[in-house]
Structure formats: C-alpha cells, structure tokens
Design a protein around this ligand. Structure first.
Ligand SMILES: [Mg+2]
Length: 118
C-alpha cells in the first residue's frame, strides 16, 4: 500500500472493516466522542517518542538515522489516523474537502506580528 495510490475512502473502509472484525462499537461504528478522546491518547503516545529529544536527535531522525524511533512514530501516527478516519466516516466528513478548505483559510490568514512566517 502506497500513499500515492490509496484513497482516503479506501482507508476509511479498511478501518471500518477492522472495527467490524473486532466487534468494536455498534455495527463497527464507535461513539465519536470516545474516538476523539482515544485520538488524544494516541497523540500522547506519539509525542512520547519526541520527548526530551535535543536538536541533534531531531536532525538525526529527520536524516533517517534513527529507524527504530521512526518506526514507533509511524505506528503511533497510524493509530491517530485510524481514529481520525473512523471519526470522519462516522460523522460523514469529507476530510479531503475539509483539508482543502482549511488550507484555503490558512493561506489567506494574515501573518501574525509575533511570527511573520505563520
Ligand atoms: Mg498507540
């Protein structure tokens, strides 16, 4: 599976099928409030892999010099995304459209005085 050829819709369906196989939720649909809370737990697990890194550590990670950490980060980010895909499926959110809409909003937002790059 590659990012370039996999649609968001296909990923939503794969996550839904996993929920059905596992018997999670009602007919594979979990309470979106619970899913949103679980996302924050997974986000914390993701952040643990960045905790206490110094700039050299981060640079090494970005250059591919810490494949074990990268694998753990990838796994936790997958957890975050899987909950996100569940959430958007349950609430019938077209996330591709929402991301494009958000990019448009941010693109036209005036720069902040304290950080002109934002
Ligand atoms: Mg996790």
């Amino acid at each position: 599976m590659k990012d370039e050829i996999t649609t968001v819709a296909a990923l939503k369906e794969q996550v839904h099928q996993l929920c059905l196989r596992k018997g999670w939720g009602v007919n594979g649909v979990q309470n979106p409030q619970h899913v949103a809370m679980a996302m924050t737990v997974e986000m914390s697990e993701l952040l643990e892999h960045f905790q206490w890194l110094n700039l050299d550590d981060v640079e090494r990670l970005m250059q591919g010099g810490d494949p074990e950490r990268k694998a753990m980060i990838a796994e936790e980010f997958a957890d975050v995304m899987m909950y996100g895909l569940q959430l958007t499926r349950t609430l019938n959110i077209d996330i591709a459209s929402e991301i494009e809409r958000k990019i448009e909003i941010v693109d036209h937002r005036p720069p902040r005085r304290d950080n002109p790059k934002r």
